[in-house]
Write a protein that binds this ligand. Structure first.
Ligand code: SF4
Length: 328
């Protein structure tokens, strides 16, 4: 049996795990899974105690995207029957922040489909962010696609705290998932937001026919990018998308992936994101031993579980909601 606790101690002393140890985590026998989770929790507890951060999304613009990301129901190539609409008005975005605040969400994520924001869209978002910041003590994360440096600056000046732009998969696997932009385009946007002092949020989607080496490469790439927040999505293959029918995940493997990301990115916010309910299923609560953050409410085009069930799950675990502190 692997001594997971000694690997966790090594990580807490600042060392990286080896590739062999990373493979062992992903291939951990299920009879050792509780021991692996315990060790991952040892690391998580060191940095975050038993606190859980909540994030809530508003999809301010849906569908109509010219890109061809294979997992995405909003892509030009998807035939999924989703709602399609242009950018919402400022008032609706501000109202969403009120809802997020009432559900004790520390972060409100303003998301829009598309390759990147138009000037009009950016103006709506920045006006909404300024108003939200005057009214609520809540962290704002924007997710608007690829950015130019001046757009990143404008978001920073409006008060955006965090910007999400996922690497999604490994550099090696990226062209199997999308060809309308490159892995380097994605990394460049993360770097641009960092350069203007916005906290970078960048994560992945697991279950897109990648290899275990790809999963390890993703975790290491995010460490190299120094992403403060790492959303881990588990593919929910929506009918009509290019990845329709892909079904590679099971709950115990998802837990091992979360542990891997904790061991490689020990001090970072690791968020169980899209696909949590259908892929972790009855094991969802165990995901909060390696991860310290979840989305509440709905995702971009799919329903999540009711916000209050998540509050109950956290309470049942004996964990606590990490209500927003703007300086963390
Ligand atoms: S992930 Fe974003 S860029 Fe890709 S198709 Fe979906 S909305 Fe467009």
């Amino acid at each position: 049996m692997t001594n997971w606790q000694s690997i966790a101690e090594k990580v807490l002393h600042g060392a990286d795990i080896t590739d062999l140890e990373a493979f062992h985590i992903l291939e951990c026998p299920n009879k050792e899974l509780l021991s692996l989770l315990h060790s991952a929790y040892h690391i998580r507890e060191h940095y975050f105690g038993n606190r859980v951060k909540l994030n809530m999304i508003i999809n301010t613009k849906s569908g109509l995207c010219p890109e061809n990301c294979g997992y995405c129901s909003q892509s030009r190539d998807s035939t999924a029957p989703i709602k399609k609409y242009r950018m919402m008005d400022k008032e609706t975005i501000v109202q969403g922040a009120k809802n997020a605040h009432e559900l004790q969400s520390g972060t409100y994520c303003i998301v829009a489909s598309g390759r990147g924001p138009s000037e009009r869209e950016l103006n709506i978002v920045t006006a909404a962010v300024k108003e939200i910041k005057q009214q609520y003590d809540i962290r704002i994360c924007a997710c608007l696609g690829l950015l130019k440096p001046e757009q990143a600056r404008k978001l920073k000046d409006a008060g955006v705290d965090r910007y999400n732009h996922n690497i999604n998969t490994s550099e090696n696997h990226h062209s199997s998932i999308t060809t309308s932009h490159s892995y380097h385009d994605r990394v460049a946007t993360v770097t641009k937001v960092k350069n203007v002092g916005i906290s970078p949020c960048s994560g992945v989607i697991v279950g897109m026919r990648e290899t275990k080496q790809d999963v390890i490469d993703m975790a290491r790439a995010l460490k190299a990018l120094d992403a403060d927040s790492i959303p881990i999505n588990f593919l929910h293959a929506i009918d009509g998308t290019l990845l329709e029918g892909t079904n590679e995940l099971n709950p115990t493997y998802c837990l091992k992936v979360l542990c891997l990301f904790r061991f490689i990115n020990p001090s970072k916010e690791i968020r169980i994101s899209g696909g949590r309910e259908i892929n972790l299923r009855s094991l969802q609560p165990l995901g909060l031993y390696p991860a310290n953050s979840i989305f509440i409410g709905d995702y971009l085009t799919t329903r999540g579980q009711e916000g209050l069930s998540d509050h109950q799950m956290i309470e049942d675990l004996g964990f606590q909601i990490d209500y927003v502190t703007m300086d963390d």
